[in-house]
Design a protein around this ligand. Structure first.
Ligand code: SF4
Length: 424
């Protein structure tokens, strides 16, 4: 979501006549988009801002602003923490930044909650050659997982009207976009009037020109068979690649995290997926060292990862996030144990990812071309339906946005390499 906000803001500022410079030393306007999900991320953002404010000593005409979740969380207090900052813009007011930059609005604190705001719609000025585009369908979250600050900084769940989503996607397609990635804290709980997420998927599929459709993030308690049925029906367009955050394999920890599902439910969902798609790419998030996590709880998480055969995992070591319910629990897993457990999770994730990728050797993948490899410009690059990056050997001149069959010849954990199969 942060990446989406940054990209669309960049596009909007471009449209207003501002341009991007590579080094902050050359900028007249510096905006730091912040994540508050871990205290560590927040502290790093504040540290970065302090350094950037130092640039004002040499050039006093620089404007420096902070946006995103830390801005929403701390609001005007940031002026006391970061002397020299010019403006603070919360999660629902990104649209004021262009006006601040143009001098129409005063640099100040803008953190009002606006439940009608779904991010900047910049589909009308997408750069040429861009292949994929995010489209926000909902914002906020009602789930209140005990470790998570998101519902407090991004607000409660609200869904964007279907007609606005369809029109934004149509605009994207008109600008040459081939792949749409639907975004939301929990896309599965999309509901606008009597339109649910699976209804929305069906409507999007009818838009001519959507070559590939993906969505993040799912919540295991809301991921339904109706979604799987649509993916099955349209798997040429909606690949069977699902991000389903497990967080822990232990029911005791899942309950303490307030995740609202247990392992049995999660595994049933996985079984349903594999019954329909033996080649599904299932990825996940794992937190280790949550308060109360014993060695046994941790082992169950490792076993679950092996049983699911995750194609990819994002793993984190628990740290106290002030402002959440879990911050009231004793952080009783020693740091050394957390580090050790995290390493085991990372090692296992890489092994599982390698295994997943290697099973694709000898198959033909439909690859969406998105450019030329930076390291070896003789190769094109793209993404497979699973989301894996693919390096393509071909004698043809491919265009961004082409979907071509690629015979996979080799694989590492995250990258596949193969030959343009349309040549054979
Ligand atoms: S589902 Fe849980 S972890 Fe995800 S954003 Fe909502 S509260 Fe946070």
């Amino acid at each position: 979501m942060n990446k989406y906000d940054s990209l669309t803001l960049k596009q909007q500022l471009n449209k207003e006549g501002h341009y991007w410079v590579e080094k902050p030393e050359r900028a007249e306007l510096i905006i730091v988009n912040t994540c508050a999900v871990r205290l560590h991320a927040e502290n790093r953002a504040l540290g970065r801002l302090k350094t950037l404010i130092g640039l004002k000593k040499r050039r006093s005409n620089i404007q420096i602003g902070i946006m995103g979740c830390v801005a929403q969380e701390l609001g005007a207090k940031l002026f006391g923490i970061l002397h020299g900052i010019d403006f603070v813009v919360g999660t629902d007011q990104v649209d004021v930044i262009a006006d601040i930059a143009s001098g129409v609005l005063e640099p100040a604190t803008y953190t009002n909650v606006n439940s009608d705001f779904f991010g900047l719609d910049t589909s009308a000025f997408i750069p040429k050659n861009q292949v994929s585009s995010f489209v926000t369908i909902m914002r906020g979250c009602n789930n209140l997982c005990s470790y998570c600050i998101v519902p407090y900084v991004r607000g409660r769940e609200r869904s964007k009207p279907e007609r606005e989503i369809l029109s934004e996607i149509q605009q994207n397609i008109n600008r040459g976009i081939k792949e749409i990635i639907l975004l939301g804290q929990n896309v599965n709980s999309y509901k606008y009037g009597n339109i649910y997420f699976h209804n929305l998927l069906r409507s999007i599929i009818t838009i001519n020109g959507v070559k590939r459709l993906r969505f993040v993030t799912n919540h295991p308690k809301d991921f339904s068979d109706e979604i799987l049925d649509i993916v099955k029906e349209y798997s040429q367009i909606i690949p069977p690649a699902f991000h389903l955050p497990l967080q822990s394999g232990s029911d005791k920890i899942l309950s303490a995290m307030n995740r609202k599902y247990d392992l049995k439910h999660y595994m049933k969902m996985i079984e349903n997926i594999y019954q329909r798609f033996s080649n599904a790419a299932i990825s996940t998030d794992i937190i280790v060292g949550f308060p109360g996590e014993t060695e046994h709880d941790f082992k169950v998480t490792l076993e679950t990862m092996r049983a699911v055969k995750f194609a990819g995992s994002f793993s984190f070591r628990y740290s106290v996030r002030p402002g959440t319910y879990a911050a009231s629990l004793e952080d009783d897993v020693p740091e050394k144990t957390k580090i050790g457990r995290l390493q085991q999770i990372i090692d296992l994730s890489i092994k599982l990812a390698e295994k997943y990728s290697q099973e694709l050797i000898g198959t033909v993948q439909q690859v969406l071309v998105n450019g030329i490899d930076k390291k070896d410009p003789s190769l094109f690059k793209g993404t497979a339906p699973s989301g894996r990056n693919v390096l393509i050997v071909t004698h043809k001149s491919l265009e961004n946005g082409d979907i071509i069959p690629v015979y996979i010849e080799s694989a590492t954990a995250w990258v596949l390499k193969g030959r343009d199969n349309s040549l054979c």
